[in-house]
Design a protein around this ligand. Structure first.
Ligand code: GSH
Length: 224
């Protein structure tokens, strides 16, 4: 069975789990605690030389980088979530890159500084936080506009690009980003958040976040 090495609070790992559910792929979920350094052991570094999550082990085939992983899984299944048609695929790739680099990257800066920095015992980097907020203000309208013109991110069909965006937007509320002004994006999100592939992964994310918040309130230090 496919193995997914991840963590409940990791957006990229949750993206891979969401895609596996959407593709109907059963998997064993192996939680790797970054806080406890489980991503830095010799054994784990053999899977990922930089000690990052997620990683998959598909019957001995090891792969990292969440977008590469979900493209591999969808291609292996011959799924319409990542069609073989050259141009359709290129458009999905285009939006996946845009989402991962620009939306996910900016959201990551905000959520790190507003939520995780204190658990990592790190100071809030105000410049990085401001930069994240500034770029979200620039990129979220682009996504919103794209979703006004198309039912889904890369066109008429639900695709891996939608899963990428759902995962990138998942920390929005925790990071204090109000998506309400982005009307079509908010509606698109509400619709997809009903789907089982999302709810099954989001429940563990929400639970882990609640635990982290409770620890923060009680003043103890924790991590992912
Ligand atoms: N581009 C990578 C990002 C992976 C990543 O940065 N994962 C974080 C958790 S969300 C991680 O492993 N952090 C631990 C570390 O950097 O030591 C992907 O999409 O898979």
């Amino acid at each position: 069975m496919l193995k997914i090495y991840g963590a409940d609070l990791s957006g990229p790992a949750n993206k891979v789990r969401m895609a596996a559910h959407a593709l109907g792929i059963e998997y064993e979920y192996i939680r790797i605690s970054i806080r406890k350094g489980a991503n830095r052991t010799e054994e784990y570094l053999r899977l990922h030389p930089a000690g990052k999550i997620p990683v998959i082990d598909d019957d001995g085939f090891i792969l990292f980088e969440s977008d590469a992983i979900i493209k591999y899984l969808a291609s292996k299944k011959g799924s319409p979530l990542y069609p073989a048609d050259l141009k359709q695929r290129a458009l999905i790739d285009q939006w996946m890159d845009f989402i991962t680099i620009h939306v996910g990257g900016s959201m990551g800066k905000v959520v790190y500084n507003r939520v995780f920095a204190s658990f990592a015992g790190a100071a809030v980097d105000e410049n990085s936080l401001e930069e994240g907020l500034k770029f979200l203000r620039r990129f979220l309208p682009v996504i919103d506009n794209q979703l006004f013109k198309n039912a889904f991110v890369a066109g008429k069909q639900f695709s891996l690009a939608d899963i990428g965006l759902l995962a990138a937007m998942d920390p929005a509320e925790a990071a204090g980003i109000d998506p309400a002004p982005y009307k079509r994006l908010s509606q698109w999100r509400k619709d997809l958040q009903q789907k089982e592939f999302y709810t099954r992964c989001h429940s563990s994310y929400e639970e882990a976040l609640k635990k982290l918040m409770a620890k923060q309130k009680s003043g103890s230090s924790a991590g992912k």
